[in-house]
Design a protein. Structure first.
Length: 401
């Protein structure tokens, strides 16, 4: 689909994907979980969603893939010829009975794979001719065996552009090229006093964790003298289980993208305790993440020394979330329509307004932006606010020195 309804559904699907991807090892299992979780909502909106889930193991070069309605990708075989990866499936939201299976293949060093949307083969020129699979296969078979991923991508995009001959594509054109490389793996070493594990060590009051773990980054970068949300994490099971205060939870997030997950997870925990439905929890998580990312990226200009404050207040019948930044940039008033300054900009505030029951955006007297959102128990998707941003403003107002 296209337009605002499709954009809203995509935001909800993205939130669900971020959750489920941590719970399922195999791509087929992931798609089955997503379909079960999103089926009712997609049916209500008369929409489907197509995607491919895949996993690559750099140690064994095993590539596992499951397909929910996307065009089957091409893979270059050991003989240099390109062929379909025989994996298919219905789009998400098509049927409750859909069962997605996982296919495995070896993507040895030098082998390449091309994943693409149907906008490639359906690109139509002014004579009404599709680019088609035959042209794509002929193009791929002409590409040198030692061509890198960037070179393959360039060949495909240029060929489609030439075929269109300045005609506007009627669908999105998306291509991803993967090429397996032989990588040297240096031996891991540890100096005395360090540990290569994700087990917490509270002996010195601070976790000693693998720096690649996202929880480690959050714990280490939490501003000094501020309470850490990770006091509520259960590291013994590797899961995030919260022991939430009954009324208020206040978080202080460093202004680095990725930390919005802390607020999103906290909001989910509170909403689940309050008895919100899964659909409304997904709405809430999407809105909270978007508000925090706006505050980090635009309000505080990703200045790590400036914190984003998030206050979650539970009350009988509703949950209120306040997201406050330091206001290096102010939120436009009136709000711009999505895509005004750039096609991919301005959607966050639109999602927030569309998914929450009440939204207030305030410029604080002492400087800073405050986004206050309220979600009510018992509200259904059809009762959500239909307000939309106006289109008078086109960009953030930069107040940085």
């Amino acid at each position: 689909g296209k337009g605002m309804p499709a954009a809203l559904i995509m935001a909800v699907i993205t939130t669900a994907l971020r959750d489920e991807i941590n719970r399922h090892r195999y791509p087929g299992e992931l798609l089955n979980a997503l379909n079960e979780r999103l089926l009712d909502r997609l049916l209500q909106n008369q929409m489907n969603s197509a995607l491919i889930a895949a996993l690559f193991d750099p140690n064994s070069y095993e590539f596992t893939i499951a397909n929910a309605g996307m065009v089957q990708p091409y893979v270059r075989g050991e003989d240099g010829a390109w062929d379909f990866v025989d994996v298919g499936g219905y789009p998400l939201g098509s049927s409750q009975q859909t069962h997605y299976t996982t296919k495995s293949l070896q993507l040895q060093p030098g082998r390449a794979m091309v994943l693409f949307s149907d906008g490639i083969v359906e690109a139509m020129n002014r004579r009404g001719e599709f680019f088609g699979f035959e042209r794509l296969e002929q193009l791929l078979n002409k590409i040198a065996d030692d061509a890198n991923a960037e070179g393959i991508l360039k060949e495909i995009v240029e060929a489609v552009d030439k075929h269109l001959d300045q005609e506007v594509a009627q669908d999105d054109i998306t291509v991803m090229v993967l090429r397996s490389l032989q990588a040297e793996r240096p031996a891991l070493s540890a100096t005395p006093g360090t540990r290569l594990s994700t087990s917490p060590d509270f002996s010195n009051g601070k976790e000693l964790l693998d720096e690649d773990d996202s929880r480690t980054l959050i714990a280490e970068d939490e501003p000094a003298k501020k309470p850490s949300i990770f006091h509520h994490l259960d590291f013994s099971t590797g899961t995030e289980s919260y022991s939430m205060p009954r009324q208020n939870v206040e978080l202080f997030l460093p202004s680095t993208l990725g930390f919005e997950k802390v607020a999103r997870n906290a909001a989910e925990a509170i909403a689940r305790e309050m008895g919100f439905t899964e659909d409304r929890i997904d709405d809430l998580k999407t809105a909270v993440a978007e508000a925090c990312m706006n505050a980090i990226e635009h309000g505080n200009l990703q200045d790590r020394s400036s914190a984003v404050t998030v206050l979650l207040s539970a009350a009988p019948g509703h949950l209120q979330i306040r997201v406050e930044d330091r206001g290096r940039q102010s939120i436009p008033d009136p709000l711009p329509a999505p895509g005004t300054s750039a096609p991919d900009r301005g959607w966050g505030l639109f999602f927030i307004q569309s998914l929450m029951d009440e939204v207030e955006i305030t410029r604080l007297p002492e400087g800073g932006n405050l986004v206050k959102m309220t979600i009510y128990l018992g509200k259904t998707e059809g009762e959500l606010s239909e307000s939309e941003p106006t289109s008078d403003a086109s960009e953030w107002v930069d107040e940085a020195d």
